[in-house]
Each structure stands twice: as structure tokens, then as C-alpha cells.
Design a protein around this ligand. Structure first.
Ligand code: ADP
Ligand code: ADP
Length: 218
């Protein structure tokens, strides 16, 4: 699904953020990525979704070399990926339902399908009953689950999460990990950046570590 071949990335004027990274994430796999602040974790995720481009090396997504995609082609890549951030970036003046519906409205999906898919996504993250709540009426963990519902509402093949449990207590964080696990069980490929390896209950998932831009299989 995702293959990095000798990927390096240096930002203008900086030391390399990633160096000689080889990574193969198979379709349907769930993997974790750890490492200290500044190790290159966010850069690795940004390369996968085309926010940044590698300085050298190649990145393949579903067999397509995305390292040199034109900006016109990037939206086609993005549509296949769901991104989840630590700060879920919800719109505070919109309900959970409206937040999740937004990507579909922008994509011009018809209203009947929007309704079906938003309800299905909220249901999968356990928030069907709170569809009409505004973010401030939800707990941090629930807000994050709205963010996940929004990321999965267009049925991406891949979910990328950057510290999705960063601000949460252990119980809420565990619920978030269970939600990712449930998407993985239906075939979604999942890559999660986390400091909290203690939350990973399933030993069959791979864990990678980045140290100063170099990837080590954990
Ligand atoms: P992590 O997510 O592991 O904290 P990052 O990928 O954010 O690491 O950063 C890796 C390195 O690249 C750091 O030294 C960081 O300062 C640098 N970096 C990240 N983004 C930029 C950028 N847009 N411009 C310049 N340097 C950057
Ligand atoms: P995180 O590691 O959680 O992404 P950072 O504080 O490293 O948080 O980065 C926040 C944002 O600033 C990111 O978009 C990153 O690309 C950018 N950034 C990080 N380091 C630098 C840098 N040295 N120069 C410019 N932008 C940077």
C-alpha cells in the first residue's frame, strides 16, 4: 500500500529531517511510529499525503510513485487518505454531524448519501447519539472521535494519525485506539504516530521508531 524507498527529506536550510528511510506498509496493516520530538514523524506523514515532497528517493502509494506528483494530482491522493491530528481542528460553531458532513458537502456528494454516510461514520466511532452536540459539549475523547469520523467519512483506504491521543487520559486514549483497531479490522490500512506505546495491546502490529530521521524497526 505504502512503500518508501531510500527516502530523504531536508527542509530548506536545515539538517535532514529524514534520511534513507525504507518502509513497507502492506494493505490492511496497522502500524505505529514513535520517536522523540523532532525525529521526523510528522514529516513522514506529510510525505505520504503529499503535503511535503521527498528530497531524494521514492514513495509509492498503491503502486503509484507519488514523490513527483504535480499539484494538480495531489487531490486524487488525498481522497484516499484520512488524516487525524492531535488537535482535531473541529469547527466549534458546527455540530458533530455538521463537522463530519463537511468533507462530503465540499466534494459535492448528494444530500441523501451525505446523511447515510455521516450517520454511519458517527455510529462507527460510537457517537451516533451525540450527532447534534456541539464540540464544546463533548469530552476531549469524544471530540477526537468526531475528528476520526470526519476522516473516515469518505471511506479512505488509509488512515494516518499524528498523536491522536496526545491530550487524553488513558481510558479515552484506549477508546481511540479501539476505534482505529475496528477500522483496521475491516481492511483499512492504519499508521499512527504516538508517544504512548503502552496503549498498543495487539502485539501483531508493527512498531517503528524514528531516531534523528532514521527509521528503525521496533
Ligand atoms: P516530529 O514530528 O518527530 O516532531 P518533524 O517531522 O516535525 O518531527 O520535524 C523533523 C525535523 O524537521 C525537525 O528538526 C524540525 O524542526 C524540522 N522541520 C519540520 N518541519 C519543518 C519545516 N516546515 N521547515 C523547516 N524545518 C522543519
Ligand atoms: P509536531 O511535531 O507535533 O508536528 P512541531 O512543533 O514540530 O509539531 O511543528 C508544528 C508545525 O511547524 C508543523 O507544521 C511543522 O512542519 C512546522 N515546523 C516544525 N519545525 C519547523 C521549523 N524548524 N521551521 C519551520 N517550520 C517548522
Amino acid at each position: 500500500m505504502i512503500r518508501f524507498s531510500q527516502v530523504s527529506k531536508a527542509y530548506r536550510g536545515g539538517r535532514p529531517a529524514l534520511q534513507g528511510v525504507n518502509l513497507h506498509l502492506k494493505s490492511g496493516e496497522m502500524a505505529f511510529l514513535t520517536g522523540h520530538s523532532g525525529a521526523g514523524k510528522s514529516t513522514l506523514l506529510k510525505l505520504i499525503c503529499g503535503i511535503e515532497r521527498p528530497s531524494t528517493g521514492n514513495i509509492f502509494f498503491d503502486g503509484v510513485d507519488i514523490s513527483r506528483l504535480s499539484s494538480r494530482e495531489i487531490p486524487f491522493l488525498r481522497r484516499q487518505i484520512g488524516m487525524i491530528f492531535q488537535n482535531h481542528q473541529l469547527l466549534m460553531d458546527k455540530t458533530a454531524y455538521e463537522n463530519v458532513a463537511l468533507p462530503l458537502i465540499i466534494a459535492g456528494v448528494n444530500p441523501i448519501d451525505i446523511n447515510k454516510r455521516v450517520n454511519a461514520a458517527l455510529n462507527k466511532v460510537g457517537l451516533y447519539d451525540k450527532a447534534q452536540y456541539y464540540p464544546l459539549a463533548l469530552s476531549g475523547g469524544e471530540q477526537q472521535r468526531v475528528g476520526i469520523a470526519r476522516a473516515v467519512v469518505h471511506k479512505p483506504k488509509v488512515l494516518l494519525a499524528d498523536e491522536p491521543t496526545g491530550n487524553l487520559d488513558d481510558i479515552s486514549a484506549q477508546k481511540i485506539m479501539d476505534v482505529f483497531e475496528s477500522f483496521n479490522q475491516v481492511g483499512v490500512t492504519v499508521l499512527i504516530v504516538t508517544h504512548n506505546l503502552g496503549l498498543i495491546s495487539a502485539p501483531h502490529h508493527k512498531a517503528y521508531q524514528l531516531t534523528a530521521g532514521r527509521l528503525i524497526k521496533g
